[in-house]
Design a protein around this ligand. Structure first.
Ligand SMILES: O=C(O)CCC(=O)C(=O)O
Ligand SMILES: [Fe+2]
Length: 356
């Protein structure tokens, strides 16, 4: 026991404060899920129903070690990427290459030392390009140079996701493969790796509100080196920080799993705000793997197992394919928050700046 996993660079940043309330995420051991540990699997399912967020502790798992090692490497790549001149990054702007994949920035009302507006930035890299499912979109040279790393990272994230999906199938008493067959890696989907960058900025209520969201897809694997992620605790209006833990990823569930399970599982509302002091003088980068059902999969309740015991609502929900759902949620008419029980809560005032 107590084997030392790959080194992380959390210690290079000021520490996360010890005197603020934090979100009560349970920690689920990847190694125990891999070995089929029943108690751990139950704890995992409870977390998926109750908060929709948990830590995935990678300790003692070979797959986990690979994920940590690669996430640290990609963290270095993203830091280098965001330092590149704006004009260079903008060559891969989503406006130029794709509605959803590519580089995007949002200018803030505050300026860098050189007088240019500060920006929050994202770079979405499509899984299908990385694993070779289609003709790739143009991509930044740094992504090209790190193609092998990105590919390994995608496969390892997907291995962890497939494992979690198989535990979900068994708890939901669905036939083995019922969810997995909607998420085949060789099929086109909205899965992507995202580099994310937030400039040093003061807390702004308006911006914080605009960023409130649920993720659209299946499972999200997130690596954070600084605080800033907040979840709203179920049944309250309280936003609390998620403390980054070296050696653990944060995993959260997306809307697709809520739809498939008629609300058994939870995609919890969350947002990103500036890191809490003493981390507030730092630029913040996070690394996200979003998994989504295959493009053609219609998002609606599945048949069978525990799902059949869920009440059927009168309200006719829109039945869209995963691809339509993502586009309409991100750049179309369905922006807002998908709630656990109540369906889509539209927020028309929300800018299409944060796509999940
Ligand atoms: O940066 C983070 O910590 C979370 C990002 C997030 O929630 C998202 O991109 O959907
Ligand atoms: Fe998110």
């Amino acid at each position: 026991m107590g084997s030392i996993g790959p080194a992380t660079c959390h210690h290079l940043y000021p520490p996360f404060p010890s005197d603020i309330p934090t979100a009560p995420l349970v920690s689920i051991s990847l190694a125990k899920l891999e070995s089929g540990d029943e108690e751990e699997s139950n704890a995992f399912f409870e977390a998926c129903k109750n908060l929709g967020f948990f830590y995935m502790n990678t300790e003692g798992s070979e797959l986990g070690d690979k994920l940590i090692f690669e996430a640290e490497q990609l963290h270095g790549v993203q830091q280098e990427f965001f330092k590149r001149p704006n004009e260079e990054k903008e060559e891969y702007a989503r406006e130029k290459i794709d509605l959803f994949f590519g580089y995007r920035h949002v200018e803030l009302n505050i300026k860098e030392q050189d007088g240019r507006p500060k920006r929050n930035e994202t770079y979405n890299m499509r899984k299908d390009d990385i694993v070779g499912n289609c003709d790739p979109l143009p991509c930044h040279p740094l992504a090209k140079e790190n193609q092998a790393l990105l590919k390994n990272y995608v496969y390892h994230c997907r291995a962890a996701i497939n494992l979690m999906v198989s535990h979900l199938e068994s708890h939901l008493q669905l036939p083995s493969g019922a969810l997995a067959k909607l998420h085949r890696i060789e099929e086109r989907s909205g899965d992507h790796v995202r580099f994310q960058h937030a400039a040093i900025q003061p807390y702004n209520d308006e911006i914080a509100k605009q960023g409130e969201h649920t993720d659209f897809g299946t499972l999200t694997i997130l690596f954070n080196w600084l605080g800033g992620l907040q979840v709203r605790l179920p049944g309250t209006e309280d936003w609390v920080y998620v403390k980054p833990i070296p050696g653990s990823a944060v995993v959260n569930l997306g809307d697709a799993l809520v739809k498939f399970t008629a609300g058994i599982l939870r995609s919890n509302i969350h947002r990103v705000v500036p890191p809490p002091p003493p981390q507030d003088g730092q630029q913040r980068n996070s690394l996200v793997y979003f998994s989504r059902p295959e493009d053609g999969v219609v998002l609606r309740r599945l048949e069978g197992g525990l799902i059949d015991r869920q009440t059927r609502t009168e309200k006719q929900e829109l039945e869209l394919t995963a691809q339509e759902w993502t586009l309409r949620r991100s750049v179309g008419d369905l922006k807002g928050v998908y709630t656990h029980k109540g369906g889509l809560e539209l927020r028309h005032e929300q800018q299409p700046v944060e796509t999940k």
